[in-house]
Design a protein around this ligand. Structure first.
Ligand code: CAO
Length: 441
């Protein structure tokens, strides 16, 4: 046992440097290199480490005292034998490198691989009292202010200290600040999961408490489309514009043509006409055939007219894309439509079949319903929903006449399309569908 004086090491040009914090108290056990106190000069905050391990017997200073090199700051009781001699700085003050001929600590075996011997570390010269340590600079003006121990703690947790606010003297970051920061981040992450929009999580409910249940795994397609739909729903400010088209003449024409189509093995539904009319609408309103650039600075106008069609399959919703719709005839579109929907239902679509769309159509007309609000297939900026057409009495100025009315729902990204423009779009589309001759103009 020996009691050594721990002195303030060489501080360079500094004298009378204030102590801003004591990091230990009498009775504390300290390791060699463990910080004892913090000094703050005009240029840096420095930590004075213990020169050797031991127990703090007495502190000779208090916070606010001013110290210079050589001042005694603490008495430390060590178990090491007292130093034989005071080596001079740079000439053995630090522990020397182990003797390479000594037994290897990793194996415990002698050089000759013979009998294993108990390991004892090679003897190390004891350092000079209070002079072998170097102050550790832990902060300079404008930098993060934290002790090495707190830095190590933060590193272990992956915490970026520049994001932590310090509650210690002069804004120094304490261990408790790092802990509070981690708690805050974790609480935020939980709130934001899983969508990242700060939405509260759906509580997990055990439905079997209320009656029998069965768990059915979701198909890959359903999981993929769920994530795409959720992203669009959360990121795109949606508005849906409703309208109606009088398709009495168009449907009569379709029925007439359906016979010819059938001879060619083609099923002619309203959807082929809707594709053609939508393509003409996209050419008339180019901002509908566009995507917002990721930087939000530009609108990317597409000079091609590829339209996706939502297809209901046993595995979930898919949206194959029909290319160059503006350049194709009605029969060709009907044929391609039948082909892609068959491919979709047989799960034979490949990634290119699903890419490159400018606009989408979702038709529930073959099923039923009066109106619905489709979700924009982002990064597209609009989608047309089509519901079941119905014969309705319409006032023609003299009396009610039966007309076939097709409900339309145009959902759009309000960042790109204004309400007035959306109303112009559906009016234009309804006029095209109301008078098929316009499609030729
Ligand atoms: N009004 C009235 N009848 C309509 C109609 C409409 N708007 N649209 C189609 N029909 C009729 C068709 O003429 C056909 O009649 P017949 O059987 O007498 O010939 C019948 O409904 C079935 O049509 P269809 O569905 O086979 O063909 P389609 O070209 O209209 O649609 C397809 C093809 C692939 C789009 C469709 O089958 C489909 O999958 N629709 C669902 C899309 C979907 O799920 N959208 C929701 C997405 S958001 O969740």
């Amino acid at each position: 046992m020996a009691t050594v004086e721990q002195k303030v090491p060489d501080l360079g040009d500094f004298k009378d440097v204030p102590i801003i914090e004591l990091l230990v108290k009498p009775g504390d056990s300290v390791q060699a290199e463990q910080g004892l106190l913090l000094l703050e000069s005009e240029k840096a905050t420095m930590e004075v480490p213990a020169s050797q391990a031991g127990k703090v017997v007495e502190l000779k200073v208090k916070t606010g005292d001013k110290v210079s090199a050589g001042d005694v700051i603490a008495l430390i009781e060590t178990s090491a034998p007292p130093p034989q001699a005071s080596p001079t700085r740079g000439e053995g003050a630090r522990p020397s490198a182990p003797d390479k001929s000594a037994p290897s600590p990793s194996t415990g075996e002698g050089k000759d691989g013979g009998e294993s011997k108990p390991l004892t570390p090679p003897p190390q010269p004891a350092p000079a009292q209070g002079e072998d340590v170097t102050p550790v600079i832990i902060a300079t003006p404008g930098s993060v202010h934290a002790s090495p121990a707190v830095r190590l703690f933060a590193r272990e947790l992956g915490v970026d200290l520049t994001r932590v606010s310090g509650s210690g003297p002069k804004g120094r970051i304490l261990k408790s600040d790092v802990q509070a920061h981690v708690k805050k981040v974790m609480a935020g992450a939980q709130l934001a999961a899983p969508g990242g929009a700060g939405l509260p999580q759906m509580p997990a409910i055990d439905f079997s408490k209320f009656g029998p249940v069965e768990s059915k795994p979701l198909s890959r397609i359903r999981k993929l489309s769920a994530s795409n739909l959720h992203r669009s729903w959360v990121l795109v400010p949606h508005v849906t514009q409703f309208d109606e088209a009088d398709i009495t003449e168009l449907d009569a024409f379709r029925r007439e043509s359906a016979e010819d189509a059938k001879k060619k093995g083609i099923k002619l539904t309203m959807l082929a006409f809707l594709l053609k009319a939508s393509a003409k609408t996209l050419l008339e309103f180019p901002e509908l055939c566009a995507s917002l650039a990721p930087d939000g600075e530009n609108l990317v106008l597409k000079k091609y007219v590829h339209i996706g069609v939502a297809v209901d399959t046993p595995n979930g919703l898919v949206v194959p894309v029909i290319r160059d719709v503006d350049k194709k005839g009605i029969f060709q579109l009907a044929e391609e439509l039948a082909l892609v929907s068959e491919k979709a239902r047989a799960a034979r679509l490949s990634p290119p079949d699903l890419q490159g769309g400018c606009f989408s159509i979702s038709s529930l007309g073959g099923i039923g319903g009066t109106k619905f609000t489709p979700i924009v297939n982002a990064p597209e900026v609009a989608i047309l929903g089509v519901s079941k057409s119905q014969m309705r009495p319409v006032w023609d100025g003299k009396g009610f006449v039966p007309r076939l009315i097709l409900p339309l729902s145009l959902s759009y990204d309000h960042r790109v399309i204004d309400g007035a423009q959306a109303a112009r779009v559906t009016t234009y589309l309804a006029e095209l569908l109301g008078d098929i001759r316009r499609l030729l103009l």
